[in-house]
Design a protein around this ligand. Structure first.
Ligand code: Z5A
Length: 204
């Protein structure tokens, strides 16, 4: 079995930057590694992602949840599990904890519904480690202000605060796999922390 590494956090927390750096670092060490993401980690999922992030569409919360879960079912069963079975290190930018943060803590959909959908789409696949990028909402939005905002990033500051608190609750619930990253640090300092943690935990 390979290693399943997940990066989570609110928009603009810097996780995509670090996921890419880690991917290149592990490839340079000649380790079998893939970098993927949710939503949109497969060809089919890219179509779902286009619907989800289109700012001109109006999608009710339940439909949004089902689209994220449809993307996940395809991604995990067609891509992630086969790679793990082939001893790859799989780095995923977002996973089930994003659905709990955004659709439960953010949108208020009942937790048991999301737990159930996460369970059936993944067959209860739990990551080996989750890096949670924690950052004050004002700072993450300041970083994103330089770009055109998509549908979700246009949500209010209060919504993003709920997401941040939700992610921190999930970290407490899953202490054995979550590592909290102080995402206000510099890109190089964060990367050093991540390499250290992976070295101590998995000797890579
Ligand atoms: N979503 C959901 O609702 N439910 C689900 O189940 C799932 C997802 C799976 C996916 O968007 C959206 O889907 C997301 C959640 C929702 N909501 N939104 N919007 P996405 O994949 O397009 O984007 P994202 O995941 O939110 O990532 P992002 O916006 O690209 O942000 P990021 O990955 O956290 O940050 P970044 O791209 O690495 O960095 C952002 C900027 O900050 C960039 O200019 C960097 O150069 C800069 N940066 C990065 N690190 C630093 C540090 N350390 N210091 C200073 N500046 C930095």
């Amino acid at each position: 079995m390979g290693l399943f590494i997940v990066f989570e956090g609110i928009d603009g927390s810097g996780k995509t930057t670090q996921a890419k750096k880690l991917y290149h670092y592990l490839k340079e060490k000649n380790l079998k590694t893939v970098l993927t993401k949710e939503p949109g980690g497969t060809e089919e999922g890219k179509k779902i992602r286009e619907i989800l992030l289109n700012k001109d569409y109006s999608i009710p919360p339940i439909a949004e949840l089902l689209l994220y879960e449809a993307d996940r079912s395809i991604h995990i069963n067609n891509f992630v599990k086969p790679k793990l079975n082939n001893n790859f290190i799989v780095i995923s930018d977002r996973y089930i904890y994003s659905t709990l943060a955004y659709q439960h803590f953010g949108r208020g959909i009942e937790r048991r519904i999301i737990d159930f959908l996460n369970s059936i789409t993944t067959g209860d696949l739990i990551p080996d480690i989750v890096f949670l990028f924690d950052i004050p909402v004002e700072e993450s939005l300041r970083r994103l202000n330089r770009f055109e905002k998509d549908r979700i990033e246009k949500e209010s500051i209060d919504f993003h605060k709920k997401l941040r608190e939700g992610f921190l609750k999930l970290a407490k619930e899953n202490e054995e796999i979550f590592y909290l990253i102080d995402a206000t640090k510099s890109i190089e300092d964060i990367f050093r922390d991540i390499k250290n943690i992976l070295n101590i935990r998995f000797n890579i």
